[in-house]
Structure formats: C-alpha cells, structure tokens
Design a protein around this ligand. Structure first.
Ligand SMILES: [Zn+2]
Length: 466
C-alpha cells in the first residue's frame, strides 16, 4: 500500500446513465440479508476468525473495519461475477502491528486481504478473499485482485524482505492461485507499482511499491515457476538475441544487478547503498550515455526519467515481458509506454524468449494512434438508471501505429456497484457488464488496457515458443 501517499479508493462518478443494456448480476443472499436486517455503522465480517490460508502456515484473522467510509466492499467473489485475476504484492511502509491497526480504523479508506510479518513470516488476514479490499488505488484492479502487504520500508531493501517472509508469502500465493485459478506468471502476480492509475489525474503519482529491492526472481522460484524457466543461468554461455518482433521476458539476476538508485526528500537526494535489484533501465537510444526514457505522466515537461527510487519512468522490472522492436550491437529495443526503449544486453542474458503469454497486438490499420486506459469499465449505456456510470478517461499516453504490445487477456468491460451494506441502495452489490471489450496489455512499468476494436494481432498471429 502506502509507499509515500495514502491509498485512494477510486470511487465512481455520480453521473446518471440511460437505460440498462448490460447484464446485471447480484451478489449473494448473505449480503442482502445483512442489508435488510441490521443498520449499524460498522459491521463484523461474515465469517470472522477463520483465516483462508494453506495448512501449516502461521496465520490469523484480525478483521479490517467495515464502515460507511470503507476499507473494503462486501462481495461474493468469484460467484457474483467478479472474477479474481490478479494477486498484488505490496510493502507496508509501516510495522506489521501498525498496519493491522490502520486497517482496523474505519476511516482509513484502505486495507489489504493479508499482511506478512518480516521477522518470521507470520500472516494475518484482514479481509476475506470474497470481499474487495481497497489496496491497489484502482477500483477495477481492487475488484479483480487479492492484495498482500509485506512489512517493510522499500528504500531499506533486503533488510525487510527476509527468507521467512518470502517463503510464507510464496506459500500463500501458491494457495490462492490454485484456489482461484490465477496463472503463476508476472502478468498476474503483480507489484502494486505495476497497477496503473484508473484516471489520468493520478497517473503520475501512482504507488511504486514493493520497489526495486523485491526479489521477483527468488519469489517465482519459490512459487515453483522460475522466471527463466529451464533456460540457462545468466552466467552461462551467450544466447542468440530474441527475434524481432517477439515476446521477450526480462530476467536480470537479482544479486548481481546493483543499479544506481537514489532517494530524494525535499529536493535533497542521496544515493541508496549498492545492492541487488530487479531494475532494468531503459534508454532513448542504444548508448550508455543516452537519456533515460521519460514518461508523460511523471515528467509532463518532457524531461527524461531519472534514477530516483520513486521515478518509474525508465524502469522495467524483472519478469515483465515486452515485444522486441530492434537490435543494435549489444543493445535490444522494446516497445515501452508508446516509445522505443533500449537496454544493453550482451550475450542475450537479460532478455530471454517470453514463451506463450498472449498475442502481440498492434493498432488496427487506419489508426494513427490509439488511447490506453487504466481500467476496463463498461460503456455508459450498459448501466441501469439505478447505478451511476463510471467515467473512463484515457491515460496520458498513446500507442502510435506500428508499435506492438503483449496482449494478456481480453474481457468485456465490467463494474461492480457496491455501497455500504447498511444503506438501502437499489441494485447494491451488482455487476454491470458492457458490450465494449478490452485487452489487458503489458505497456510500460504498469499494465494497462486498450479497446479491443482498436487493435489486431500481428499477422501470423502468435508468438511461436522456442
Ligand atoms: Zn501498495
């Protein structure tokens, strides 16, 4: 959650829409029964005290407060139509106990489903997985994910992320992924930093946890799905470069990947101690002295990205996959955030063939550029009159014709309408599903959406696995 700012639950807009054309699904009877039988300001969870954890894991349930201001919404996932597609990894920037205390505050406006303790990997569940915790700062992602907080301070790096913590968290993620059929890959097991803002206004200030010192390489090895698969280790013989265009996965070796990083507090910047990281810096040209890639949301003045720890403009992250765009000497180019981005990769050790993750998508002929979105909400006409339509404004990026991005999944736009159980709100706890379809794509540091009508798969269709 909080890395520097408070988690914001992006509540929907208030504008009314026309007649309903979308499919409406209602939540479980249990929720409805609570709504009519009681009107306290704070509810107890439906099944307190019984944590959802794998057998043998030290795990407790300390409920987050459920209140009108909200730390979570009640739901009946996935049976109510809100499928759980992602697990989102966070760090707390707080102690374990203080984090649980914040979640118990009905005015906090944020909670995660689980918190993992640094010292011994102890796990506390705060929100049931059927419910929607406000952890990702993006309501669409909240609706479709489970959030796991890790006790730590991201600039302190490995000190907080202990063996016990990685092992407990990986056991929990394996259990949740099996239960909800979530693929164990980096397009579905995300860092909070990979979740976009749902709105253009928040695009430049979205959170950046768990940050550069979270060892995705190690985490995925513990999940039993190593990021490199059965491919050779970085120390072994050079491999031929990944063909262009095809899907490439970034696999920097964590311990040996000490990258320049600095922390700036009130314009005073200090270098962070050299240590292993998950960062791959991206440049505007195939040269070590070329500027880092900028980002229009982080640097609206057009200036380049920086090595500041909070500046995610030019940082790709271990395990992320992109489409190759070129090769020049020891440098490889990928399409990243609407730009051509270069990283040095002598011997093809850093970028390896991405395997089958999804189709390569490019703007349809006739489009000079297409918009991208931070959520996949239905068109306004899909909402019934009882449910305010949620605006979906494009993020401050465009994908120009000719660029290619990895498509992860295609789904119709959907929105879960939830209000406090203690209110008598028509159509409370229902899912609005639209006609408009979206592709989730790997875009820049974060994952975004494009309208399915705006893209087509590359001719020849699919990436052929090696
Ligand atoms: Zn977070």
């Amino acid at each position: 959650m909080p890395s520097s700012a408070r988690v914001v639950h992006d509540r929907p807009g208030r504008s009314r829409s026309g007649a309903a054309r979308g499919r409406i699904r209602r939540a479980c009877a249990v929720v409805a029964a609570i709504a009519v039988s009681a009107l306290p300001l704070v509810f107890a969870p439906t099944n307190p005290g019984v944590p959802e954890c794998p057998t043998g894991l030290a795990c407790h349930f300390v409920p987050a407060a459920y209140a009108a201001d909200g730390n979570y919404d009640t739901a009946d996932r996935p049976h109510d139509g809100n499928d759980i597609r992602y697990i989102v990894i966070h760090d707390t920037e707080e102690t374990y106990d203080r984090t649980l205390g914040l979640f118990a505050n009905p005015r906090k406006g944020a909670a995660a489903h689980y918190v993992v303790r640094s010292s011994d990997g102890d796990v506390t569940q705060a929100v049931r997985t059927e419910d929607i915790a406000y952890h990702a700062g993006n309501y669409w992602y909240n609706t479709h994910s489970i959030g796991i907080e890790h006790e730590g301070v991201l600039v302190d790096g490995a000190r907080w992320y202990t063996d016990a913590m990685y092992e407990s968290s990986a056991r929990l993620v394996r259990y949740l992924a099996a239960r909800y059929h979530i693929p164990l890959d980096r397009e579905h097991i995300l860092g909070h930093e990979e979740v976009p803002s749902a709105t253009p206004k928040g695009a430049g200030t979205a959170h950046y946890d768990p940050g550069p010192y979270w060892d995705w390489d190690r985490f995925f090895a513990l999940l039993g799905e190593p990021l490199r698969g059965d491919r050779p280790s970085p120390a072994s013989a050079a491999a031929p470069p990944v063909p262009v265009p095809s899907v490439l996965t970034l696999v920097p070796p964590f311990d040996a990947n000490a990258q320049p990083l600095r922390q700036c507090v009130r314009a005073r910047c200090t270098d962070l101690p050299a240590q292993g990281s998950n960062v791959v810096y991206l440049r505007t040209a195939p040269a070590a002295d070329a500027p880092l890639i900028g980002d229009p949301a982080v640097h609206p003045d057009g200036s380049p990205g920086t090595t500041e720890v909070s500046d995610w403009s030019a940082k790709a992250v271990a395990g992320q996959s992109f489409v190759t765009a070129g090769r020049s000497g020891e440098w490889t180019a990928i399409w990243f955030g609407g730009r051509l981005a270069w990283f040095r990769d002598p011997g093809g050790r850093l970028g390896v063939p991405g395997g089958w993750l999804g189709p390569m998508l490019t703007p349809r002929p006739g489009r000079t550029s297409i918009p991208v979105y931070g959520a996949a909400y239905p068109e306004a006409a899909a909402y019934p009159g009882t449910i305010p339509a949620t605006d979906l404004a494009p993020l401050p990026y465009r994908i120009p014709a000719g660029q290619v991005y990895l498509g992860v999944a295609e789904n119709p736009g959907a929105y879960y309408f939830a209000r406090f159980d203690g209110t008598d709100t028509p159509d409370n706890h229902s899912v609005v599903t639209g006609q408009r379809r979206f592709w989730a794509i790997s875009f820049n540091h974060r994952r975004v959406f494009v309208d399915a009508r705006d893209v087509q798969a590359l001719p020849g269709g699919r990436f052929a696995p090696d």
